[in-house]
Write a protein that binds this ligand. Structure first.
Ligand code: 6FA
Length: 539
């Protein structure tokens, strides 16, 4: 098989890139290591209570929390020690579906984007036109299970916060809160599989290959000549050759794209050495004289997040979402099956809020809160509490995070964090602690509201200091192939081309230089739309 161009990774960004490039008439081959996900992609993983329907776990938003409790979680990547989806649609099929339109600062020079990227609005508008957000995802237009929204709104009102429709005012991120917005259509989880993939699939010049794992690109110095896959039906030894002038776009995510680069002889020497020590992978490396030394895997960031757990008599903890896969409340299951309405038409969050802080370094940082009913697994107290009245609030440090870490591979080529990206800058920690203290200071203003984790024997400072670092991840990793104007500070140039190559591009979360406001998928989709335009204008 000979192609031009080929996109590796059918996740959030790869599907957008493949759709937009195929729209220009070029032939596009999209290679995805996993299999189908939602019903429109041929997925068949249906909850017992939805038997006889085609509603998979990736269609019904309300089963989201069950992904973390499943006894056979086939959808998580097994060769990455952090959460990542290895299936068509990638992270967006397994994520919380929170969907925020980006604000201008997310693409600013100060955020690390090169000049020429600042005018994101036309691209954000393209994303919103394909996939509008909704903060009332139930198909009947009503809101359900809003008790934790109402309790937290009371508390925020006492602290001078204002209620807004979040995606109607993307620039408002100080002392505001609103109902959580989602990437949902008609009560179903949406995302690129439900939208961009559907248009791409109608084009004869687009082809999707599932279960196709890419190990590396084949290159002759700076020129990529092919893509090495595990499927020998696609070419000699599984190699798919590019047409002369063809291009490869890596969209394998913050963990997958660095691993492909390491195995292609691109990255820091310690990572390439691990590839050299693996006989099968070593045989596919280019000669050492062709290695390209770039900071692949460095500069990663992820929002540090800390959970607070509360009880309030008005709360319905929804049984901690424990039974949504096997045995949800019968009336809710029936309502969802009848018309995609009710509690199960939404993932668990129901309110988001933001507040700006200026740190002791003079830098502005945004703190976000996400409120969910349930959260018993985060409870750390020896005092009795009512499990059916529990809700939790995750406080994340959002825009302005300065801490950075590193991801890489081990000898088995498994991707893992080499240095955790949270709180490497003490001012990040100090700011989040201040935000946590400010928030809990208002608890006594709301009658019946009780903070149970941390409980009243633990200070916020001790709670944060003793927090398990692996629980601090928000699963929003960006930056492992940072975009930059210089090969000394980044991996791709301002047109998303890998430094030192002629025709290898990256478009995924890994190029994003710093965390956008809120959960990142909206900003990453906008970046993907903009990246395609930049890639296509290049000769
Ligand atoms: N982002 C949000 O905005 N809102 C959320 O609520 C939210 N929640 C979560 C969440 O709860 C979890 C558990 C996770 C893991 C992520 C969350 N995120 C959320 C983050 C968001 O999903 C990610 O930022 C976003 O998906 C990143 O998009 P990318 O396109 O960069 O990466 P993907 O993981 O989506 O796609 C990579 C694809 O490449 C996958 O389909 C994978 O199977 C494929 N792939 C990887 N390596 C490959 C290889 N070697 N060969 C072929 N295919 C490969």
């Amino acid at each position: 098989m000979v192609v031009d161009p080929s996109v590796v990774g059918g996740g959030l960004t790869g599907i957008i890139v493949a759709d937009r490039i195929s729209e220009t008439g070029k032939s596009v081959l999209l290679l995805e290591r996993g299999g189908p996900s939602s019903r429109e992609s041929g997925g068949t993983d249906v909850a017992p209570w939805a038997n006889g329907t085609n509603l998979t776990r990736f269609d019904v938003p309300g089963v989201y929390e069950s992904f973390f409790m499943d006894t056979n979680p086939w959808f998580w990547c097994k060769d990455i020690t952090l959460y990542a989806g290895c299936l068509l649609g990638g992270g967006v099929e397994v994520n919380g579906a929170l969907y925020f339109y980006p604000r201008d600062i997310d693409f600013s020079l100060q955020a690390g984007w090169p000049s020429g990227w600042q005018d994101h609005q036309p691209y954000t508008d393209m994303v919103a036109a394909r996939l509008p957000s909704t903060d009332h995802p139930s198909a009947d237009g009503k809101r359900y299970l809003t008790q934790s929204h109402d309790v937290v709104a009371q508390l925020l009102n006492t602290q001078g916060y204002k209620s807004i429709t979040i995606n109607d005012e993307p620039e408002s991120k100080d002392h505001v809160y609103g109902y959580s917005p989602f990437d949902s259509l008609g009560g179903l989880r949406a995302g690129p599989v439900a939208t961009y993939l559907q248009t791409a699939r109608k084009r004869p010049n687009f082809e999707l290959k599932l279960y196709t794992y890419v190990t590396n690109v084949v290159r002759d110095n700076s020129v990529i000549t092919g893509v090495q896959t595990n499927d020998t039906s696609l070419g000699p030894d599984g190699i798919i050759f590019l047409n002369p002038g063809g291009r490869v776009v890596l969209s394998a995510g913050s963990f997958g794209s660095p691993r492909i680069l390491f195995q292609s002889g691109i990255g820091p020497s310690d990572m390439i050495q691990l590839v050299e020590e693996n006989p099968a992978a070593a045989a596919r490396l280019p000669p050492p004289s062709q290695y390209i030394d770039l900071s692949v895997g460095y500069n990663v960031s992820d929002n540090p997040s800390i959970n607070l757990v509360f009880t309030h008599p008005s709360i319905d903890s929804y049984d901690n979402w424990d039974t949504v896969w096997t045995n949800p409340r019968p009336a809710d299951a029936a309502q969802y099956l009848a018309n995609r309405s009710g509690v199960l038409a939404s993932t668990s969050p129901d309110l988001n809020f933001w507040r700006e802080y200026t740190g002791s370094d003079g830098r502005q940082r945004t703190v976000q809160g996400t409120v969910h009913p349930g959260g018993n697994t985060s409870v750390r107290t020896s005092f009795p509490y009512n499990t059916s009245q529990v809700f939790d609030i995750t406080l994340y440090l959002s825009t302005g995070v300065t801490s950075r870490g590193r991801v890489g591979i081990n000898g088995s080529l498994t991707v893992l964090p080499i240095e955790y990206p949270w709180f490497t800058d003490p001012v990040d920690k100090e700011t989040l602690i201040t935000a946590l203290e400010d928030f809990v200071a208002g608890v006594k203003q709301v009658q019946g509201l009780t903070l149970i984790t941390p409980d009243n024997t633990t200070t916020i400072v001790d709670y944060v200091n003793n927090y398990n670092p692996t629980s601090m991840s928000s699963n929003h990793w960006v930056g492992s192939n940072r975009i930059s104007t210089s090969a000394s500070t980044g991996v791709v140039d301002p047109n998303c081309k890998v430094f030192g190559t002629d025709n290898l591009f990256i478009v995924d979360a890994s190029i994003v230089p710093s965390l956008p406001t809120g959960n990142p998928q909206g900003a990453i989709m906008s970046a993907a739309e903009q990246a395609v335009v930049k890639i296509l204008v290049q000769k």
